[in-house]
Write a protein that binds this ligand. Structure first.
Ligand code: SAJ
Length: 426
């Protein structure tokens, strides 16, 4: 139960990192009346936000940002300023050897340390390997020997530190930020209570308290759970291809069992979360995390399997150099995000094959040519007209119900061609 005595009052908040998570979080706090200072190293992003615009695509985010910038509740800058609380929402990529790279958290800690004061709360929101919050607190303590931190002073620390991972789905960020339950992992119970009182300013879901290490592992577990289950579906799709069984029909039949819920196969797993986070578990326990590592490998190999399937079909056609139309390049349906996209990987690998010509369709991304300079990007109608092989890589709404003209071959990595739009499967 929260102790009334240590409930914190927040008037100002600083959000470090104004990307896919930091900006919606900053804007949502600002919309609840907090004075929010957003900090980002990218001057262009800072200028865009200060002019009331956004540099990422997320439904309704533009409206919220414009309104909180106009009301004066959100302001962006490149240099950290003092505040009552700090939220660190910077990327946590992995290195070449799949070991987590905490350099952005370290840079954020070193940037905010000079402006910290007694009574502050510092929250790490970035998805992080177990131990990262303690490491961040150690960097803060090193930079500010005049202040005490939870690892030194426990409940009496001058500065509270917690890990509160985000778990919002791209495309539904503003809704999930408010409605999802939130895991709050303070370095001490007092740190947890402070973080709960901050998030309760807008979170309507439950704020569930644990410690920092469990909160870190919880986020990694959620994304690994999804990765392992998608790997199962992807493996099934490859088995079914060999056994000449329609995997989509198979899965829908199996899912009629009351305790079975197989996910959907696809061309691979993309995005910057599910394809990355499981490696953080593997890096901390390589001997034990065998299933998690194998799932990553199964999903990572799926784009190559799709490429070889297309090549086999191409070889069976009478034409010397068939045209392959790749429909969709983003990492999942109806978003503009191409990061770690298996569709991009498949398209690029196919375009490197001499025996086919490749064209692509991606209506959601403006500067798509930058991502696949080697491939002509055309309209859906032109692609279907020109193609011999129509390869569905992303189940965008705008591809629903397309008909495949006679004489053309369809390869459907999402099980959607010719079907009406299904309701959200999230
Ligand atoms: N995918 C499939 N088959 C499926 C579901 C997904 O192939 O049945 C593919 C998608 O096409 C995509 C990839 O997996 O390439 C990831 O998509 P996603 O919708 O599963 O997840 P993300 O990366 O958009 O967001 C995930 C979410 N995590 C979980 O659902 C456990 C989200 O809640 C997290 O906040 C987010 O990662 C994150 O930031 O970590």
């Amino acid at each position: 139960m929260p102790n009334k005595g240590d409930h914190m009052k927040f008037e100002t908040l600083s959000v470090i990192g104004l990307g896919y998570i930091g900006l919606p979080t900053a804007a949502t706090f600002a919309s609840r009346g907090l004075k929010v200072i957003g900090v980002d190293v990218n001057q262009k992003a800072v200028d865009t936000i200060n002019s009331g615009g956004i540099h990422i695509i997320e439904p309704d985010l533009d409206i919220v940002v414009r309104s909180v910038v106009q009301s004066g509740n959100l302001r962006a800058t490149t240099k950290p300023e003092p505040a009552d609380a700090f939220i660190v929402a910077v990327p946590t990529p992995f290195k070449e050897d799949k070991q987590p790279d905490l350099k952005y958290i370290e840079a954020a800690a070193k940037a905010i340390a000079p402006v910290l004061k007694k009574g502050n709360l510092v929250i790490l929101e970035s998805t992080s390997p177990v131990g990262a919050t303690e490491q961040m607190a150690a960097w803060l303590a090193e930079a500010r020997p005049d202040l005490s931190f939870p690892q030194q002073a426990g409940e009496d620390a001058d500065v509270c530190v917690a890990h509160c991972p985000e778990r919002v789905l791209p495309g539904k960020v503003l809704v999930e930020l408010v409605n999802n339950d939130r895991v709050i992992g303070g370095m001490t119970p007092k740190c947890s209570r402070a973080a709960v009182s901050l998030y309760k300013l807008f979170v309507q879901g439950e704020c569930v308290v644990t410690n920092a290490r469990t909160a870190e592992m919880c986020k990694l577990t959620e994304n690994s759970f999804r990765d392992v289950n998608i790997a199962f579906a992807n493996e099934l799709s490859m088995i079914c291809e060999k056994l000449q069984i329609n995997v989509w029909e198979l899965i829908s039949l199996a899912n009629r069992h009351p305790r079975v819920n197989v996910l959907q196969p696809g061309p691979g797993v993309g995005g910057h979360c599910i394809a990355v986070d499981p490696w953080f578990i593997v890096a901390s326990a390589p001997d034990e995390a065998r299933l998690i590592a194998t799932a990553r490998q199964v999903n990572d190999r799926k784009p190559d399997w799709v490429v070889s399937r297309v090549r086999n079909v191409a070889a069976s056609l009478a034409k010397p150099k068939p045209v392959v139309a790749c429909l969709g390049l983003s990492f999942k349906a109806d978003i503009d995000d191409l990061r770690e996209s298996p569709a991009v990987e498949v398209t690029k690998k196919l375009s490197a094959c001499k025996e086919v010509d490749v064209i692509a369709v991606e209506p959601h991304v403006v500067d798509v040519v930058k991502w696949v300079p080697e491939v002509p990007v055309v309209s859906l109608d032109d692609a279907i007209h020109a193609a011999d092989i129509i390869l569905l890589l992303v189940d965008h709404k705008c591809f629903d119900g397309i008909t495949i003209p006679d004489g053309k071959v369809a390869i459907d990595t999402r099980g959607r061609l010719g079907l009406p739009r299904r309701e959200s499967t999230d």
